[in-house]
Structures are given as structure tokens and as C-alpha cells.
Design a protein around this ligand. Structure first.
Ligand code: HPA
Ligand code: ZN
Length: 323
């Protein structure tokens, strides 16, 4: 499983920073964020709200371009170790560069340079991500940052954070701006917000081709059919859903039901150190609980390849690596 070539579409850059990495940066900066770790050195949170708080606190240790370069290298090394040949990462100007486009460009250059150094071993593309609970106004600034830096590396725009804050239409301006800039569009929905949130996202944010999580769609079969008809791909992160309590356990995760119905699903880790997972672990669990075999893994890898926010040229290169 470990060496099997994989694609990962849903990976938060800041959320992929290990506790040891963040602790090291905090010590260098004499920053006391010890409260976000438990006695074993893991990130300590009790629920989704706590997770978001710890996530944001951890990003305080990421201050310089060099920090982001080191983070990118460390994350890509971890991904490559688990066979990932193509990854897309959510990264947020809200956390690096303070939403100032000038600073954001410099952070981005450091991330991009670190990623380029890992080619052709692993290819990374960036998806600029607004944070829902920071509000619609900030999402506009984030979208402008995305639109101003669209290119070979920044190829997508998305939204993460507390899903039950506001309605998708509150963020329509940001998505319109990103769409006009030619970015691929994805939104976290149907992790916590229920099937209605997935439906509202499709209704209110036109041009979205992927949904982050989207697993609650299983409670509404007409919605599942709409996902199929509109060729919407789900970025499913089962280990994240289990760790955060979206579903009670692996065996009850709806990924196989969604796939069997015909919804295009892909597999990702979301924030691996927070959820004690890796792509190898996700694949192993899917094989164990749902009997996924080579044919099914190929199907979901093909789904990821087709839904990836990259050029046709990059897609062809990655396709060869999957053979
Ligand atoms: N959901 C919402 N916001 C997030 C997540 C997630 O799974 N990971 C990082 N930010
Ligand atoms: Zn996510």
C-alpha cells in the first residue's frame, strides 16, 4: 500500500505541520503555545471547534518565508514517503502573509520554490483557501490574493473552516472573483452542515467542480444523483471524519455507499498529524473495512486525476506515474 502511487487533493498545508515541527518553531521564537499539546506531545482538542482553535494557534509559530519553505519540504517528504506523486494543498493568506498581497507573494514564492525542489518526485499545486469563520469580507481579500497569484502553482480556490457560519451565498463574491481568474473551485461542505449544505453550495456557488468532504450527501439520494449528473467530485477524508466524530467509526463511513451509487469519490488525509493518519493508513483502512482492491483504488485515483486543478500537461505526466 505504501509504495502505490497516490494522488491527494485535500491536504491543508498548515494542518500538515507535525506537533514536533510546530514546537520547534515556537521554541525558536520563544512563543508559548504549549497549551495546544497534550502530555504525549500530540495536538490536544476535544471537538471540531477545539480543533479549529488549536489549528489557528499552531499557525502562530509559522512566521517567516523560511518557516513555510521548511514546512513545505517536510510535508512533501511525508507525502512522498506514502507514495503520493501529486498533491494539492490548501493554503491560506489569512495565516501566512497577513492577507497583504505583497507579503503573500513572498510567502508563496518560498512555498513554490520548496515544492519545485521536490519535482519530479512529487508535484504540488496550491489551492488558496478562505476561512469561513473569518467572514465574507475577509474572503474577498483572500480571493483577490488568489486572483493576483493565479499561475502554474496556484490553480484553485476554496473555503474551509466552521461550516455552519453563514450561507454559501455570503461567499459568492469571492468565488466569482476566483472563477473569473480561471481558478478551479472547491468548497468544504457536508462535513458538519448536512446534505442541505452541499445542495446550497451547488446552488449558490456556481462553477464548483469539487466538494471538500461532502459525505453528508449520503442522506439525500437525489442529491447524490445531482452530484453524479453534474460531475462533482468529493474530496473524502475518512480518517479525518472518524477522528473529529463526523461518523462514529470507520465501518460506518459512507465513502463506499457513495462510490457504489456512482458518486465520484477521492481519498485524502485533510490534516494528517491532527488525525494520526497517512495516505497509507487511509488506503489500508479502506481495504480492510470495505474490501477495496486494486480496481477500486485505480478508480478513485482516476477520479482524482480527472478532478485535479492542474494543466493537461501535468495531468498527462501524473497519469504516466500511475501506470
Ligand atoms: N474542515 C474545516 N476546516 C478545516 C478542516 C476541515 O476538515 N481542516 C482544516 N480546516
Ligand atoms: Zn479540510
Amino acid at each position: 500500500m505504501k509504495n502505490r502511487p497516490k494522488l491527494e487533493l485535500h491536504l491543508h498545508l498548515e494542518g500538515a505541520a507535525s506537533p514536533a515541527f510546530i514546537k520547534g518553531l515556537a521554541a525558536e521564537k520563544k512563543l508559548d503555545i504549549s497549551g495546544i499539546f497534550d502530555e504525549r506531545g500530540n495536538y490536544a482538542y476535544a471537538d471540531f471547534a477545539g480543533f479549529l482553535d488549536v489549528y489557528e494557534a499552531a499557525t502562530q509559530a509559522l512566521k517567516t518565508h523560511e518557516d513555510y519553505a521548511r514546512l513545505t519540504t517536510a510535508v512533501l517528504q511525508d507525502c512522498a514517503e506514502h507514495g503520493v506523486v501529486y498533491a494539492e494543498t490548501f493554503l491560506s493568506p489569512d495565516f501566512c502573509g497577513g492577507r497583504d498581497v505583497g507579503a503573500w507573494r513572498e510567502y508563496l514564492a518560498a512555498i513554490q520554490e520548496a515544492a519545485a525542489a521536490m519535482e519530479p518526485h512529487i508535484t504540488l499545486r496550491g489551492c488558496v483557501t478562505a476561512i469561513r469563520h473569518f467572514g465574507p469580507e475577509k474572503s474577498r481579500e483572500t480571493a483577490i490574493c488568489a486572483a493576483e497569484t493565479v499561475g502554474d502553482f496556484i490553480t484553485g480556490f476554496g473555503i474551509a473552516g466552521a461550516e455552519t457560519v453563514g450561507a454559501p451565498r455570503d461567499f459568492a463574491w469571492a468565488f466569482d472573483c476566483a472563477r473569473e481568474a480561471g481558478l478551479g473551485l472547491t468548497a468544504h461542505a457536508g462535513e458538519w452542515g448536512g446534505a442541505a449544505m452541499v445542495r446550497d453550495t451547488l446552488d449558490q456557488l456556481p462553477g464548483i467542480s469539487r466538494i471538500g468532504h461532502g459525505v453528508q450527501a449520503i442522506t439525500d439520494l437525489a442529491l447524490c444523483d445531482r452530484l453524479i449528473e453534474n460531475d462533482i467530485t468529493l474530496e473524502v477524508c475518512p480518517g479525518s471524519n472518524v477522528a473529529l466524530g463526523v461518523v462514529p467509526n470507520w465501518a460506518s463511513h459512507p465513502i463506499e455507499k457513495l462510490r457504489a451509487r456512482g458518486v465520484k469519490v477521492t481519498v485524502s488525509t485533510d490534516d494528517p498529524p491532527f488525525f494520526h493518519t497517512t495516505m497509507t493508513n487511509e488506503y489500508g483502512r479502506l481495504a480492510h473495512h470495505f474490501g477495496w482492491d486494486d480496481e477500486i483504488f485505480r478508480e478513485v485515483e482516476q477520479n482524482a486525476l480527472e478532478a485535479a486543478f492542474c494543466s493537461a500537461e501535468t495531468r498527462a505526466i501524473i497519469a504516466k506515474r500511475l501506470q
